[in-house]
Write a protein that binds this ligand. Structure first.
Ligand code: GLN
Length: 313
């Protein structure tokens, strides 16, 4: 599994339900699922999380095994289906978030499919960095932000919540990804605040030239050769379109450095996520461009240089 945070929330309340199994049967599956996880070197907590996502059981119900005695447990799918999905986890290494169809990120429970990258916990910090740059009290009204390569819409939803008066322009070249992002915006009643565009990076935003207060992106940044060597969950199941950044991983980032100055207003922020080891090159690209100042590297919670920000002069 990738490093996504599986601590919180359940999508059970928003799913189809009405399937039942006895507590004993569910408990039995859960025991076996945890054993098979350990044998396959997968965190056994994933089985617990999938059970919680597929039922109304709370964390405590599961951890204290209180459900074992219950005559009936309501599930979002037949128990056989849960069994099959878990087998896919073990045998095909499909990430558990794709099997559950959802992933927690900041305070959201986002719908995900293999058309979108599973939003990572470290990416959550992009929103805090945007907030640090422009506390909402100082934010111009109305402000305009873009999330380029929105995928599941995570960053766009995060920005829309962080900046209650902003309009977020979320772009992705994948129609399938946009459909997921739109679904997520609808779930959180943010459709009026987020505009969606299908297209390549800034291309659909010609009407916003010189007007953007911020550009935020988690672009594909993994060198092509390295994508194939990632853990099977990522290499075989996550969209390479969202991962592969070309030969040195910097193809998309170079494009964003070059084109953003046309779209950002003066003092607007340029903010991206990148991979360990890329920060110095990206700082050099921004400095060489000549349209940026206040170029900064930011670490994630693991102390990895994970983000770079710059201000449009
Ligand atoms: N953080 C993702 C990973 O670890 C990569 C995301 C990206 O390329 N933008 O696989």
């Amino acid at each position: 599994m990738s490093d996504a945070n599986l601590e919180t929330q359940s999508s059970f309340s928003t799913q189809k339900r009405g399937f039942f199994a006895s507590g004993e049967e569910v408990w039995q599956w859960w025991q076996e699922a945890q054993q098979s996880a350990i044998a396959a070197d997968i965190p056994s907590e994933e089985a617990t999380w999938l059970l919680q996502q597929s039922s109304a059981l709370s964390n405590l119900d599961v951890r204290l095994e209180r459900f074992k005695q219950q005559p009936q447990i309501e599930l979002a799918m037949p128990l056989e289906e849960l069994v099959q999905r878990w087998q896919q986890r073990i045998q095909q290494r499909i990430p558990v978030q794709y099997l559950a169809g959802s992933s927690p990120w900041r305070n959201f429970q986002l719908k995900v499919s293999s058309a979108v990258l599973i939003p990572r916990p470290e990416t959550e910090l992009l929103i805090d960095l945007a907030l640090r740059h422009l506390p909402p009290a100082l934010c111009p009204l109305p402000s305009h932000w873009t999330d380029l390569g929105t995928g599941s819409g995570a960053i766009a939803l995060g920005l829309a919540t962080a900046f209650p008066h902003a309009t977020i322009h979320a772009v992705d070249c994948s129609g399938e990804a946009l459909a997921i992002a739109q679904f997520n915006a609808k779930t959180y009643r943010l459709t009026e605040r987020i505009q969606f565009y299908q297209g390549v990076w800034f291309e659909p935003l010609a009407h916003l030239k010189g007007c953007l207060d911020g550009m935020v992106s988690n672009p594909p940044y993994i060198p092509s050769q390295m994508v194939l060597e990632l853990e099977p969950e990522v290499a075989h199941h996550e969209p390479h379109l969202a991962l592969d950044g070309g030969n040195d991983g910097l193809d998309c980032i170079r494009h964003l450095v070059t084109v953003a100055p046309e779209y950002l207003r003066s003092s607007g922020i340029w903010l991206i996520e990148l991979m360990a080891g890329q920060a110095a090159s990206v700082v050099a690209l921004l400095q060489a461009n000549g349209n940026y100042c206040d170029v900064h590297i930011h670490q994630d919670l693991a102390g990895i240089e994970r983000f770079v920000s710059a201000i449009r002069t």
